[in-house]
Design a protein around this ligand. Structure first.
Ligand SMILES: Cc1cc2nc3c(=O)[nH]c(=O)nc-3n(C[C@H](O)[C@H](O)[C@H](O)COP(=O)(O)OP(=O)(O)OC[C@H]3O[C@@H](n4cnc5c(N)ncnc54)[C@H](O)[C@@H]3O)c2cc1C
Length: 597
């Protein structure tokens, strides 16, 4: 049975020592989130994750979801009670507007909660996660009456949310979307069409399900400019606001899939279902982007979450499993063999995972903090910079974290040898669960295109220049500090590679767009390495200060410094490889005729 311990102490260190949480105390909602309060909140969610959600992970995977002949879907045993506890505990509305039943706490905290609960049980966490994203879109774009009617129930966990974009012929290319919306009675529309792969489309966790659906109003233009967003509840709200008559939306089937078995993935049929427009006509994609950006960060966190829990279990196993002797002489001579953790290659696998997890957590918190600043800061310039960072980093986190999440789950599985391949240890489930995060919310290749095609050139490259300046300034400020040399030297090299790759795109991708498409994935990974390296350098600086100030922390901080040096020595040099690939261009890639593949 796998186990999980939420990394509360690490988060507290990152917030207080690395990212300077107290500097943001003036933001609305932050005063209520003092370090003590945060620690208490994290302690509570850690308990829920470890004691309630994690024990349901293996059983939920084995049991899966079942569609009954009447179209209803049952979730695994224990999920309903866990969802009730999640709603009752206020976790769904942690960061939402108190005017609609939320707690108004920083979104950053909600992101941390998502990491912990997804480590414990990714399939479960998707249910409240989708509700949170749906609430974000409703609060941003819906008329007041809809907000009042839906949001408090959703935040309480009584109703849940979904997002319905995908259709059989249309995934990445939403311009092909066919679902229709026909104006019906006063202000409402009849929604007709089929959506596929809808996470949490039907289930037994809540008394109503609120679908956010993209559809084309009759007569709207073709392509992405003719798409609108609708709220379509499973049960139409009754006169008292509670769930009333059944709407014409149903689950046609559920998918039998590789992982996240405990999350229902549904074909949803809309047969003239009643829906209401959210946001402006034909501006549905814009409205949906609020939901998608939030959901993209949520999916990025799934990558980190699986990487963390897989690491914890692999490290514990490597300390116990006895095989072979250390190359430098027996380390456990009284035992039949040494634990496999003595072997450099096993350490390589463990350190590669850990050297990602720690800066990834820092970067996730940094990015979530930008979302808070962008929404809450009274200072316009500060809001603009935060928005720039958020826009730039969201595709990087989604693409890079979920790639590492899967790669690291495989590495952790490898530490178990054959025992990683069988069910009992839970490692093969982590591999299966992690895989989807690379695909949904926009496949990772599409994240890379978003980064290179949209985020880099936006506002004349303002966001990426700000990023370069921040990272460059940090490296410069510490270049004379000998203790920081193992960190800032490689960081400066990586940044140089990223700048060269960016310049190469500027000079070679305008005239030949295939050059951008051919290099975008490697560019995204290169960007991720530099961003993670930047976080490692900041962690190292804080760790050195902390071990001086608090000698009791020396062991923990020294371990961070070792993992950080490992990253700089063995992972950061990958920037040179990525740069070489970017600058090799598209010619060879595009040379083969289609029928030669
Ligand atoms: C378990 C699961 C849960 C899901 N949950 C939801 C949900 O809740 N709501 C929802 O609406 N959808 C959901 N999806 C759908 C998911 O978001 C899509 O599968 C995904 O966006 C990819 O679309 P597609 O499968 O049609 O692949 P395609 O769009 O056909 O893409 C196939 C491949 O081609 C690449 N590609 C496509 N276009 C381009 C391009 N222009 N340039 C370069 N490469 C390109 C892609 O990167 C991908 O690798 C879910 C899917 C799964 C499997």
């Amino acid at each position: 049975m796998p186990t999980y311990r939420a990394p509360v102490a690490d988060v507290v260190f990152l917030l207080n020592d690395v990212l300077g949480w107290e500097r943001h105390a003036n933001l609305p909602g932050f005063a209520d989130a003092s370090p003590d309060v945060i620690e208490a909140i994290l302690g509570e969610i850690a308990k829920l994750a470890e004691e309630v959600l994690q024990p349901l992970n293996l059983t939920g995977d084995a049991e899966g979801c079942t569609r009954r002949p009447d179209g209803s879907v049952t979730t695994p045993k224990g999920f309903r009670a866990a969802h009730d506890a999640f709603g009752r505990g206020g976790w769904i509305g942690l960061a939402a507007d108190p005017a609609y039943g939320g707690q108004g706490l920083p979104y950053t905290l909600a992101a941390i909660v998502n990491e912990f609960s997804a480590s414990a049980n990714m399939a479960f966490t998707m249910y409240p996660g989708l509700t949170q994203s749906a609430v974000a879109a409703i609060l941003e774009h819906a008329p007041e009456a809809i907000k009042q009617l839906y949001v408090p129930r959703m935040l309480a966990g009584e109703w849940s949310g979904t997002m319905n974009l995908t259709e059989p012929h249309c995934g990445t290319d939403l311009g092909l979307l066919k679902t229709r919306a026909t104006p019906s009675r006063e202000g409402a529309y009849a929604i007709t069409g089929q959506k596929i792969f809808i996470s949490a489309g039907e289930h037994d966790l809540t008394s109503n399900i609120v679908h956010l659906v993209l559809a084309r109003i009759d007569g709207a233009p073709a392509g992405t400019r003719g798409i609108s967003l609708f709220v379509v509840p499973k049960f139409l709200p009754g006169p008292d606001g509670g769930a009333g008559a059944r709407n014409a939306v149903s689950c046609g089937s559920i998918e039998h899939k590789m992982g996240i078995h405990a999350n229902s993935t549904c074909v949803m049929n809309y047969d003239g279902a009643t829906g209401w427009l959210i946001g402006e006509e034909n501006r549905g994609l814009n409205a949906m982007f609020v939901m998608m950006n939030e959901a993209r960060l949520g999916v990025a966190l799934q990558g980190l979450a699986i990487s963390e829990v897989a690491y914890q279990n692999a490290a514990a196993y490597a300390r116990e499993r006895l095989q072979g002797r250390s190359l430098s002489g027996a380390k456990a001579p009284a035992k039949a063999a040494d634990p496999i953790i003595v072997h450099p290659d096993v350490r390589r696998m463990l350190l590669e995972i850990r050297a990602f997890n720690e800066p990834a957590r820092a970067l996730a918190i940094f990015t979530a903090l930008q979302a808070d600043i962008a929404r809450r800061s009274p200072d316009e310039a500060q809001r603009r910079t935060a928005e720039d960072f958020l826009g730039l980093l969201t595709p990087v986190l989604k693409g890079v974290f979920t790639d590492y999440g899967f790669e690291n789950a495989v590495k952790a599985q490898q530490v178990f040898g054959g025992h990683g391949y069988v069910r009992e240890w839970g490692m093969e489930q982590f591999v299966r669960d992690a895989r989807i995060a690379m695909i949904y919310e926009g496949a990772n290749g599409i994240q890379a295109l978003d980064l290179v095609g949209r985020k880099l050139p936006r506002d004349g490259g303002r966001a990426v220049m700000t990023f370069f300046n921040e990272v460059g300034a940090f490296a410069k400020e510490h270049e004379a500090d000998a203790a920081m040399a193992p960190f800032v030297g490689p960081l400066a090299n990586g940044l140089g590679d990223l700048q060269k790759a960016t310049m190469w795109f500027m000079q070679n991708a305008m005239a030949k767009p295939d050059n951008a498409g051919a290099g975008s994935y490697d560019y995204m990974r290169l960007f991720g390495l530099v961003a993670l390296g930047w976080m490692w350098a900041r962690i190292a600086k804080a760790a050195m200060a902390k071990r001086q100030a608090e000698p009791s922390q020396a062991g923990v901080m020294d371990a961070k410094l070792v993992a950080g040096r490992f990253f700089m020595e063995r992972m950061m040099p990958e920037t040179a490889l990525r740069l070489t690939r970017v600058t090799s261009g598209a010619e060879t890639m595009m040379a083969l005729p289609e029928d030669a593949f």
